[in-house]
Design a protein. Structure first.
Length: 217
């Protein structure tokens, strides 16, 4: 991470386009029938326990078994593959894109992922902090814990086998934790966001700027 962060450039990017673009892909092979069109507003699951399903996006039929797929995020349908209507598609085929308006918290998280060192999951598995690291976090909080390259920081649980995971990035404090113990993380997804101690004031400055700028709107 560069010691110099161009706040204005980062913030202007989100001011001009404060959206995430979420691709929705076919969950499995089958024939697709769309339930939305370009420009439609869609809602994420709602309710206290997310028991209210999101907006129906498409139906996919395999072996005469139709399955309705609902939106997992709110926003607007910005692009839709109308050429695939009524067609057989393979699993993973992109069907449509939702333009999701970013909340202030999401903007901060996105910026942090740009400026922190991200330590990523080597495999799809469940992860836990190593006992020593967990003990230090319990006493001080994650942002008071510094980790070094080569240090055992995590345990990877896969197929009932636990494997120690050694940190391989720059020395720094654990600024952000992106996993929940016992919940599977996909390969390549970030586990930790690490910040060199001397750069913490810069990170805090970003957060303060975003909060101030977006509060003023």
């Amino acid at each position: 991470m560069s010691s110099e962060i161009d706040f204005d450039e980062i913030l202007s990017k989100y001011r001009s386009d404060p959206f995430d673009y979420v691709d929705v892909c076919a969950t499995h092979t089958g024939v697709v029938r769309f339930r939305v069109k370009a420009g439609d507003a869609v809602e994420a699951p709602g309710g206290e326990w997310l028991q209210i399903p999101g907006t129906a996006l498409y139906e996919i039929t395999r072996e005469r078994n139709p399955k309705l797929i609902a939106a997992q995020t709110n926003g607007t349908v910005s692009d839709i593959r109308t050429d695939l209507e009524g067609q057989f598609v393979e699993a993973g085929e992109r069907l449509l894109t939702i333009r999701h308006p970013l909340k202030k918290k999401e903007i901060i998280e996105n910026i942090l992922k740009e400026v922190l060192y991200l330590f990523r999951a080597p495999e799809r598995a469940k992860y836990y902090f190593a006992l020593d690291v967990q003990s230090r976090i319990d006493k001080k909080g994650a942002r008071a814990v510094t980790i070094d390259a080569g240090e055992e920081v995590l345990t990877m649980s896969l197929m009932k086998r636990d494997t120690p995971i050694y940190y391989s990035g720059e020395r720094g404090v654990i600024h952000s934790v992106y996993f929940s113990p016992g919940v599977s993380v996909n390969q390549g997804d970030p586990l930790l966001g690490v910040c060199a101690p001397e750069k913490l004031p810069l990170i805090q400055k970003i957060i303060t700027r975003v909060k101030a700028d977006w509060d003023s709107e």
